[in-house]
Design a protein around this ligand. Structure first.
Ligand code: AMP
Ligand code: MG
Length: 409
């Protein structure tokens, strides 16, 4: 088949090609208890005020500030306590001149009152309260709509629902919300050398670690990722597996077999399964051997079998597209600038992805690389919370160089 796709793309180009044409896969309703981490598929406009009424933020007395305008230690003012309003109740009648109401935290401020004075600032009996200084109108009153005003858009389409947003939705009376469906990703592991995690390591075999790592990354990003299993390095078997996965998946990820070795069959298998190849190979390291492809609305990624290369490609090439597929309106992950206190010895002609750890040194965010680090090693990723992107064309990086990194909290 004639090659009609870009090869050895820059990381930016690979990312953009993979992103192009990606759209969320549909919507569904979920109840609030199931909504954590889901991406909202509708704008939520407040139908009510939070709080719904002017309320007292403390236990005290609701009164008319004009009544105590002249109060002082020498000439305190005593008001008649008419009633008590606990949270959940309302006052029987408005507060008139010379009157006060005993009020509890969370209770509505009665009509007529324009200030609340806390118990500690008064002296009181069952029937009276005495004030020794004035207060300004509006003191200790949380106004209706102060937190959220009816009509405000409080959570936007494309926002991930975190705990506080779920709290806001509950406060506004939404027992369920419309969210984007979790995209289904199937992960195929290719390689004659692979045995599953619990398998026996006979000579020449290794365990299929990549599939579990990729699945977990994808799950943590909100996708429904499922392991298909291990497929031999045989073109027809790989093609069959890809076709089977495409029957219901929104994304198909493969690992292994994407280089130019004698047993690297993923690219022709994807083509034979009818996928359009978006790019093959990138300039970045690790992750040079990566395929981006698409069939209709199904995204396909051929990742290296090498776990660190697969992780690098996932973060830099695939993650924005996956976030967009999940419906997020901000699909690019923010990057932070960090300093390399030790420098980095190798040049990065095509760009480089480095896993590392954030450490604050002398008040500055620093990027700490693992001492023990080489292509193909997965352990440096295990304590990683930063993924640095060293730009293409960089030489060795001196101590103190600033680099951009994705922060993974
Ligand atoms: P490949 O991409 O097939 O050239 O494989 C690159 C390296 O990754 C080889 O050393 C493979 O043995 C190893 N490898 C391939 N698949 C996996 C996997 N699923 N888990 C861990 N290592 C793998
Ligand atoms: Mg292989």
């Amino acid at each position: 088949m004639a090659q009609n796709y870009p090869v050895q793309v820059e990381m930016e180009q690979g990312k953009e090609l993979f992103l192009s044409g990606v759209n969320p896969v549909g919507t569904e309703k979920v109840c609030l208890e199931e909504a954590l981490g889901r991406v909202l598929a509708e704008d939520i406009q407040a139908r009510e005020n939070i709080p719904p009424f002017d309320r007292s933020p403390l236990d005290g007395y609701a009164l008319r500030s004009s009544d105590i305008a002249g109060a002082s230690r020498e000439e305190p003012v005593t008001l008649s306590v008419m009633e008590e309003v606990p949270a959940g109740a309302v006052a029987q009648k408005p507060v008139e001149a010379g009157e006060a109401v005993r009020i509890m935290t969370g209770a509505p401020v009665p009509a007529g009152a324009d200030a609340v004075v806390r118990y500690e600032d008064t002296t009181f009996t069952e029937e009276t309260v005495t004030l020794s200084w004035p207060v300004v109108s509006g003191s200790n009153i949380v106004l209706a709509g102060e937190d959220v005003r009816a009509g405000d858009v409080v959570v936007e389409k494309g926002d991930e629902l975190n705990a506080a947003r779920i709290g806001v939705l509950a406060a506004l009376g939404y027992p369920e919300v419309l969210v984007y469906k979790r995209p289904l990703v199937r992960i195929i592991s290719t390689g004659d050398e692979l045995v599953d995690v619990s398998g026996e390591l006979t000579p020449g075999k290794i365990r299929n670690s990549s599939a579990y790592m990729i699945r977990a990354f994808l799950q943590s990003w909100g996708l429904d990722a499922r392991i298909y299993g291990i497929v031999k390095d045989e073109k027809q078997e790989i093609r069959r597996a890809i076709e089977e996965c495409m029957e219901d998946a929104d994304c198909v990820f493969t690992t292994g077999g994407v280089s130019v070795g004698d047993f690297d069959f993923v690219l022709p298998s994807m083509e034979e399964a009818g996928a359009e190849i978006l790019f093959w190979k990138t300039q970045m390291k690790p992750g040079m051997a990566t395929i981006g492809a698409r069939k209709g609305r199904i995204l396909l990624a051929g990742l290296s079998g090498n776990p660190s290369a697969a992780a690098a490609a996932l973060f830099v090439l695939c993650l924005p597209a996956l976030r967009k597929l999940c419906g997020r309106r901000e699909w690019e992950l923010p990057m932070i600038q960090v300093m390399l206190p030790e420098g980095y010895g190798k040049a990065s002609p095509g760009g480089r992805i480095l896993p590392g750890r954030l450490r604050i040194q002398d008040g500055k965010p620093c990027f700490i690389t693992q001492k023990h680090q080489a292509n193909g090693m997965i352990s440096p990723w295990s304590s990683c919370n930063l993924v640095a992107v060293v730009p293409r064309g960089s030489g060795a990086l001196e101590k103190g160089t600033m680099v951009h990194a994705y922060y993974l909290p």
